[in-house]
Each structure stands twice: as structure tokens, then as C-alpha cells.
Design a binder for this molecule. Structure first.
Ligand SMILES: *[C@@H]1O[C@H](CO)[C@@H](O)[C@H](O)[C@H]1NC(C)=O
Ligand SMILES: *[C@@H]1O[C@H](CO)[C@@H](O)[C@H](O)[C@H]1NC(C)=O
Ligand SMILES: CC(=O)N[C@H]1CO[C@H](CO)[C@@H](O)[C@@H]1O
Length: 385
């Protein structure tokens, strides 16, 4: 507790002396309670007895609350809430440019489906000896394998070699939405960086057409619900990479929701919201670096993509930051294309189900969906073909 001088009788009536038991060092009935003593200073730094710091006196303490979105925040209203916070317009499905890359047979691997199925087999069956493979093992392995398949396109498109995967980097982006201070912070997915930025996906007309769009609200619920409110924070904008990093442009952000425990794992809707918040955060941090802190409509929009998966269901997202004016609801909006709930396969079974000596469900992968990997590859190739 901070040292306070309690009000004592002696102060009020000067001719009376307050007799306390301070000198006796123990409680004596009839004598007054001594005032609190000033905190004792040891005179040297003892790491085992560090004095507790008063949260009200911390140097970064501010009166204004900041709402923080970090990697564990599950937003109750999902994508709708993220759209409001980032002033973004949602378009279902992937942008035509990406669909064009996807449908071009020149952008496919040789014997693609076989290799993708091998990757699934590897992740689910061959990389582990467990009878029922754990999500924690097979989900990251599957994403690694798929990325490896994507990388084999480098011989065809040499500019793919100018990419780098970044892990465990820490992001910070601050913005103000309708007088609410917000931040996206901390660790997030695996980020693929590129030497060259992705060109804008939406044309000028499409961007201007968003001017008259209104953002959906969810009135009785606050837009900041479930975000962490803090008073001790720094208003920081940081891409998480040094200024001279040779791969300065964020390209695609991969989220692997591989927690084995279902309550801890993100369901598809909160996962999409998280993907949108962090794609936005990466784009905003980049925009602050390029164009400064002033809110403005960007001449050259910034595009960041994101892919989230739990090892079976994939979510694809393309985000375009066209404005950093978040204070008002009018004017140009940012754009996001989301293709949700794409199955790569329905289920994988290691041991066949046998009933009455008849194999009812054979072992292997069931319900393989070739289009999902095509989308995965198209997002990877975006910006290089
Ligand atoms: C937006 O609405 C205003 C007024 O209603 C109109 O003048 C303007 O042309 C509209 N803009 C677009 C892009 O539709
Ligand atoms: C980060 O951006 C916010 C919002 O524009 C600004 O208030 C803050 O000063 C910036 N911080 C730094 C360190 O540039
Ligand atoms: C590249 C691009 O289309 N940028 C546009 C973003 O939106 C503003 C405002 O409509 C335009 O001025 C930019 O040209």
C-alpha cells in the first residue's frame, strides 16, 4: 500500500500529544494505533524481494482504455465484428483474379491430385505411429507438405524464389475506430513474406463503389466485446521485421488451428474473424511504415492474404487495405474476399471398419476434394504469375 498519513487526534488538537505503541513494537491496549511507516528501503536490489509495483504508477499507464486483439481472442460476433472494427466490406468467394490463376491448367503441378493425396497420407498416417493421429501432429505437417508442393512451382515461376517464411514474429498495429482505441498485437500465424508486393485486387471503380456501403452493426452488443481491455500499453506500430529485411512485403498468413482440445480450438467463424484481424493488422503496420500515421486513402492499396485450417477444413481470405481513415463510417471501405469451409478431405481412416467380417469402411482418405488445393496453390502463386 502507498504510504498515507492517517488522520490522528494529535493533528486536530495541537495541545494533545498522541501516544502510540510504535516504540513498544507490539499492541498495547489503551494506546493509539501508530501511523503507517514509510516503505523501508533495503538500499540495494534484491531480485528475490522485488517491491510490488503500483499499477497506477507504471510508466506506460494511461487513462484511456485500449482494446487489444491477440491470438487467443475469440470474437463472439465473428466476421461481422471484425468487419466493423476494420471498416471492411465483405465479398463472398475468392476474387476473380485468384480464380483466374486457379482455373489456368498451366498453373497446376504434374499429377497434382496424386501428390496432394500423398501429402495427406503423409500427414495423417506416415508421419506418426498413432492409431488415431492427433491434430497437433498432422495439421502442421499437412500445411508444411502443401507449402512444399507449392514451392516446387519455383522452376516454372522463378520469382517464387523471392519468398521467405517468418515464424514467431510479433506484430503491433494501432488504430482508432469511432473514438475507440484498438490494437492488433503479438504472435500470430506463419507469415510468407515476399520481395514484391501483391498488386491490388479490386479496381478503382470497385473501391469507389464501396463508398455508399453501410457497415452492419449488431446493436445491443458492443463492437469491442471479447477484446482484452488494458490500461498499460504502448501505442506501437511494428511489422515485426527490421527495416532492412530483404523480404519486406507480407504475402500470406497461415493459421494452423491444431489444438487437440476442442474447447480451445477456434471454430471456423472465430477463426475467420482472427484471420481477418491479423491480415488487416499486417497490412496496417506496413501502411504505417510506408505512409506514416496520418489517416488517409492509400494511393497504392496493400493486399495481404490468409489461409486458416484445422487440418481438414480450409478458410481462404484475401484482404485489401485501401484506407486508414477509421474514425468515420463514411467514405471508402477496405475490402475482403472470404471463401469459407473448404474441405480438403471428408475424413481419414487408418484402420478399416469391419462388421460381420465385411469391410464397411476401407482405410484411407475419403471424400478428397481437388479444388481445395487448387485454391491453396492459387493464393501462393498470386503475385508471381
Ligand atoms: C453515393 O451516394 C451519393 C448520394 O446519394 C451519390 O451522389 C453518389 O454518386 C453515390 N456514389 C456511388 C459510388 O454510388
Ligand atoms: C501508431 O499509430 C497510431 C495511430 O495512428 C499513432 O497514434 C501512434 O503514435 C503510432 N505509434 C508510433 C510509435 O508511431
Ligand atoms: C490502386 C487504387 O485503386 N487506389 C485507389 C484507392 O481508392 C482511392 C479513393 O477512391 C483512389 O484514389 C485510389 O486511386
Amino acid at each position: 500500500r502507498r504510504w498515507q498519513q492517517p488522520l490522528s487526534v494529535g493533528e486536530q488538537v495541537p495541545e494533545l500529544d498522541l501516544v502510540t505503541y510504535a516504540e513498544r513494537k507490539y499492541y498495547v491496549p489503551g494506546l493509539a494505533k501508530p501511523p503507517l511507516f514509510p516503505p523501508w528501503d533495503r538500499g540495494w536490489h534484491d531480485p528475490y524481494h522485488r517491491p510490488r509495483r503500483d499499477p497506477l504508477l507504471l510508466p506506460l499507464r494511461k487513462d484511456r482504455v485500449c482494446y487489444i486483439c491477440h491470438q487467443l481472442v475469440k470474437m463472439a460476433e465473428g466476421v461481422k465484428q471484425a468487419l466493423w472494427l476494420t471498416k471492411t466490406k465483405l465479398i463472398e468467394g475468392l476474387p476473380p483474379k485468384v480464380l483466374g490463376i486457379m482455373d489456368d491448367p498451366a498453373n497446376q503441378l504434374e499429377s497434382q491430385d496424386e501428390r496432394v493425396q500423398n501429402a495427406i497420407f503423409h500427414a495423417c498416417f506416415w508421419a506418426t505411429t498413432e492409431v488415431v493421429p492427433r491434430r497437433e501432429t498432422y495439421c502442421p505437417v499437412l500445411v508444411e507438405d502443401l507449402l512444399h508442393l507449392c514451392r516446387t512451382m519455383t522452376s516454372k515461376f522463378p520469382s517464387l524464389s523471392k519468398r521467405m517464411l517468418g515464424r514467431n514474429y510479433r506484430l503491433a498495429a494501432t488504430w482508432e475506430r469511432e473514438s475507440v482505441l484498438l490494437q492488433v498485437r503479438g504472435l500470430n500465424g506463419v507469415l510468407l513474406n515476399a520481395m514484391n508486393p501483391i498488386q491490388p485486387v479490386a479496381s478503382k471503380d470497385e473501391i469507389l463503389a464501396t463508398e455508399n456501403d453501410t457497415l452492419e452493426t449488431f446493436y445491443p452488443i458492443l463492437p469491442t466485446v471479447d477484446l482484452q481491455d488494458v490500461n498499460v500499453y504502448e501505442e506501437k506500430n511494428d511489422t515485426g521485421f527490421r527495416k532492412d529485411y530483404p523480404y519486406p512485403h507480407p504475402h500470406t498468413l497461415y493459421f494452423m488451428e491444431s489444438n487437440n482440445l476442442r474447447p480451445l480450438r477456434f471454430r471456423p467463424e472465430p477463426l475467420r474473424a482472427k484471420m481477418l484481424m491479423f491480415a488487416f493488422g499486417n497490412a496496417l503496420a506496413k501502411a504505417r511504415l510506408l505512409y506514416g500515421d496520418e489517416p488517409r486513402v492509400l494511393e497504392q492499396p496493400i493486399v495481404v492474404q490468409s489461409i486458416g485450417t484445422d487440418g481438414r477444413v480450409f478458410q481462404f481470405l484475401v484482404f485489401q487495405l485501401n484506407t486508414t481513415e477509421f474514425a468515420s463510417n463514411d467514405g471508402v471501405k477496405n475490402l475482403v474476399w472470404i471463401d469459407s469451409d473448404q474441405l480438403m478431405y471428408t475424413y481419414a481412416q487408418r484402420i478399416p471398419t469391419i462388421k460381420k467380417k465385411v469391410v464397411t469402411v476401407p482405410a484411407g482418405i475419403h471424400g478428397y476434394e481437388p479444388n481445395t488445393f487448387k485454391k491453396f496453390l492459387a493464393l501462393y502463386l498470386h503475385g508471381a504469375v
